[in-house]
Write a protein that binds this ligand. Structure first.
Ligand SMILES: NC(=O)c1ccc[n+]([C@@H]2O[C@H](COP(=O)([O-])OP(=O)(O)OC[C@H]3O[C@@H](n4cnc5c(N)ncnc54)[C@H](O)[C@@H]3O)[C@@H](O)[C@H]2O)c1
Length: 332
C-alpha cells in the first residue's frame, strides 16, 4: 500500500523529508505546509506537490497517513497533536520540545498514539554507530569502561540558530543520546562546565564540557561547541570513541574520505548525514525516514520512541542544571 505523506515545516530539514517522501516508492507526497507561505510554495513546486495555508487544511484536504513535523521545537506541540488527532503516524524532528514540561505536554497530547510515533535522532540510523552498538552488544569490546564524543562546530551555529534554539538541545543532544544508546545503559550522573560567548545574549552556552556516569558503571565525556571560525575545512569536527576491556572502536566524523582542494582551500564535505546525489537525499536522514516507514508498514517499534527521546532530553536538562548549580546532578 502506498502511504500518503505530508510535511509540516519545510525549512532546512523539513524540505529534505519532503524530498525523501517524494522519491520513495512507498510514499506519495500529498502536501506540505510552512508558516512562510512562499517557502512552502517553493518546496511544493520543486517536489510536485501542494502547499497548504495551514496545518488544519493540510490534514483535512490531503488526508495523510504519515506526517513529518519539522518545525522548530518551540512550536512542535500543536501540529504534532493535530496530526495525531487526525490519525496520522508521526515522525517528529528532535528535540521534542525546548523544556521538559513542554515535552511532557506533547507526550500527553499524543496519548493514546494513533500509530507509530518516532523521534528523528539520526545517529541511531547511522551505519557507523549501528556497527559500534552491535559490537558492544555482542561483547566484542568486553566490558565498556569509557566513552567520549566531540562535536565542535563553527560560530555559524550560534549565528544561524541561537535566536530560537541552543547548542545543547539542538546539537549536543545527538551525542548524549548516542553515548547512552551505544553503551546500552542510562546516564545516572552528570557534571558540566560551560563558556558563554556569542550565545550569552540568548542566555546560552557556546562551549560545554560534560562528564557522565552510566548506570552500568561506565564513564563518559562530551566536548561540544559552536566556537570555531567559519571557513574551517570541515563545518563539523565530530568524533566518538569507546573503550572496553576487550578493545576499542572509533568513529571519525570530520573526514569521510572525500576532500576537495581549490581556491577556497581544503573542503571536507559531509557524506553521512544527508548527502544529495544520484538517488536524491541519502545518508542517515534517508535511513531514518526509511526505518520509520518500515515501522508503519510492519508495526515494529521504532529505534527512537517518545520515552527514549524524553530520557535523552532529561540528560540535556541535567547538563544545564549542573552548569547552573556548579555541582554534579544525579538523575532519578
Ligand atoms: N534530526 C536532525 O539531524 C536535525 C537536523 C536539523 C534540524 N533538526 C530539527 O528540525 C527542526 C527544524 O530545524 P531547521 O533547521 O529545519 O529549521 P528551519 O528554520 O530551517 O525550518 C523551520 C521551518 O518551520 C517553519 N515554521 C515555523 N513555525 C511553524 C509553524 N507553526 N507551522 C508551520 N511551519 C512553521 C519555518 O517557517 C521554517 O521554514 C528543529 O527542531 C531542529 O532541531 C533536526
Amino acid at each position: 500500500m502506498t502511504l500518503r505523506a505530508a510535511v509540516i515545516g519545510t525549512g532546512r530539514i523539513g524540505s529534505l523529508h519532503a524530498a525523501i517522501y517524494a522519491r520513495d516508492p512507498r510514499t506519495d507526497l500529498v502536501g506540505v505546509v510552512d508558516a512562510d507561505v512562499d517557502r512552502a510554495q517553493q518546496v511544493a513546486s520543486e517536489m510536485g506537490t501542494v502547499a497548504f495555508d495551514s496545518t488544519e487544511e493540510l490534514l483535512e484536504r490531503s488526508a495523510p497517513d504519515v506526517v513529518s513535523v519539522a518545525v522548530p521545537e518551540g512550536v512542535r506541540l500543536e501540529p504534532a497533536v493535530l496530526a495525531a488527532r487526525a490519525g496520522c503516524h508521526l515522525l517528529l524532528e528532535k528535540p521534542i520540545a525546548p523544556t521538559l514540561a513542554r515535552t511532557d505536554e506533547l507526550i500527553a497530547g499524543l496519548d493514546p498514539a494513533p500509530g507509530v510515533v518516532m523521534v528523528n535522532f539520526i545517529l541511531r540510523s547511522d551505519p557507523r554507530f549501528l556497527s559500534v552498538r552491535d559490537a558492544v552488544h555482542r561483547g566484542r569490546l568486553g566490558t565498556v569502561r569509557t566513552v567520549s564524543a566531540h562535536r565542535r562546530g563553527t560560530a555559524a551555529g550560534a549565528q544561524a540558530l541561537g535566536e530560537w534554539t541552543n547548542l545543547l538541545i539542538s546539537t549536543a543532544i545527538h551525542d548524549v543520546d548516542a553515548m547512552s544508546w551505544v553503551v546500552g545503559s542510562p546516564i545516572r550522573r552528570v557534571y558540566a562546565e560551560a563558556v558563554a560567548g556569542a550565545s550569552a545574549q540568548w542566555g546560552h552556552e557556546d562551549a560545554v564540557l560534560a562528564t557522565f556516569q552510566f548506570a552500568n558503571g561506565a564513564i563518559g565525556s562530551l566536548d561540544t561547541s559552536w566556537v570555531l571560525p567559519t571557513g574551517v575545512p570541515a563545518p563539523l569536527d565530530a568524533g566518538f570513541r569507546i573503550v572496553g576491556t576487550g578493545g576499542s572502536a572509533a568513529v571519525e566524523g570530520a573526514n569521510q574520505g572525500l576532500s576537495y582542494v581549490g581556491k577556497a582551500g581544503l573542503e571536507l564535505p559531509d557524506l553521512m548525514h544527508w548527502p544529495t546525489g544520484r538517488d536524491g537525499v541519502g545518508g542517515d536522514l534517508r535511513a531514518s525516514v526509511s526505518h520509520f516507514l518500515d515501522c508503519v508498514h510492519t508495526g515494529c517499534t521504532p529505534v527512537m520512541t517518545l520515552a527514549d527521546a524524553r530520557q535523552t532530553e532529561r540528560v540535556v536538562h541535567a547538563i544545564r542544571e549542573s552548569i547552573a548549580r556548579e555541582e554534579p546532578v544525579v538523575l532519578d
